[in-house]
Write a protein that binds this ligand. Structure first.
Ligand code: ADP
Ligand code: MG
Ligand code: MG
Length: 252
């Protein structure tokens, strides 16, 4: 589903990604780990099409299409979802309205009919049930005054509603509290399916106590330096990232 080959990218003239390759199949959950500053968020932002990143070499295909050639809205319509590491607050904008607008924008870009409020509310109730969530966050302004856990619940709810084919979750290096962590994990586990892939970016192993990834990658110095099963995350936890750094072959 997602194929990244030899990706090189710079931010503000500095090369951050230095030949990153990764392949993710539909139905899989991949964890991307790595030390601070390795380029994890940079990769997420490039996949989502955020501004400010210059791809200098390599390719990214999504379902065989050139992902990097698509506008951010086209990527969203194609089914790529990036959860924000720091969700924005939008005071005064009702969350239900926001979610419906986001969903309808996506439907429109796909040439599908927009949902009226009745159909939307029906969908909302279905998704709330799947995630065992209450509707309390829907009546508030987008993320305004939300706790860390509430922001995460909202983000997972947004994911459930938009039904992406590829969900990229960038979990902050500063760490989530245990409630937020479980919210993310429960959401990912409830939304795992044969035609959906997840790329879970995380600095810490502990998230992977709750989400069992199919593949774990370690990103260091702009490249994937090691890939393996869930045991790789445990080895990292035990030995620390220095263990990985010691194994990096310097660039020629
Ligand atoms: P990670 O998510 O793995 O901690 P990032 O992708 O956030 O790493 O950052 C990788 C490197 O790119 C860091 O050295 C960081 O300082 C740099 N960087 C990221 N975004 C910018 C930016 N907008 N301007 C300048 N440097 C940036
Ligand atoms: Mg960081
Ligand atoms: Mg980051």
């Amino acid at each position: 589903m997602l194929k990244i080959e030899n990706l090189h990218a710079s931010v503000a003239g500095k090369e951050i990604l230095k030949g990153l390759s990764l392949e993710l199949q539909a139905g899989q959950v991949h964890a991307l780990m790595g030390p601070n500053g390795a380029g994890k968020s940079t990769l997420g932002n490039i996949l989502a099409g955020r501004e400010g990143y210059e791809v200098t070499a390599g390719s990214v295909t999504f379902d065989g299409k050139d992902l990097l050639g698509l506008e951010p809205e086209e990527r969203a319509a194609a089914g790529v979802f990036l959860a924000f590491q720091y969700p924005v607050e939008i005071p005064g904008v009702n969350n239900t309205y926001f979610l419906r607008t986001a969903l309808n924008a996506q439907r429109k870009a796909r040439g599908e009919e927009e949902l009226d409020s009745m159909s939307f509310l029906k969908l909302v109730r279905e998704k709330l049930a799947v995630l065992h969530l209450k509707d309390e966050l829907l009546h508030r302004a987008v993320n305004e005054g939300f706790s860390g856990g509430e922001k995460k619940r909202n983000e997972i709810f947004q994911l459930a509603l938009l039904e992406p084919r590829l969900a990229i979750l960038d979990e902050t290096d500063s760490g989530l509290d245990i409630d937020a962590l479980k919210t993310v994990a429960d959401g990912v586990n409830a939304l795992r399916s044969a035609d959906r892939g997840f790329l879970v970016i995380t600095h810490y192993q502990r998230l992977l106590d709750y989400i069992k990834p199919d593949v774990v990658h370690v990103l260091a110095d702009g490249r994937i330096v090691e890939s393996g099963g869930p045991e790789l995350a445990l080895q990292l936890e035990e030995h620390g990232y220095q263990w990985i750094s010691d194994r990096i072959i310097p660039e020629k």
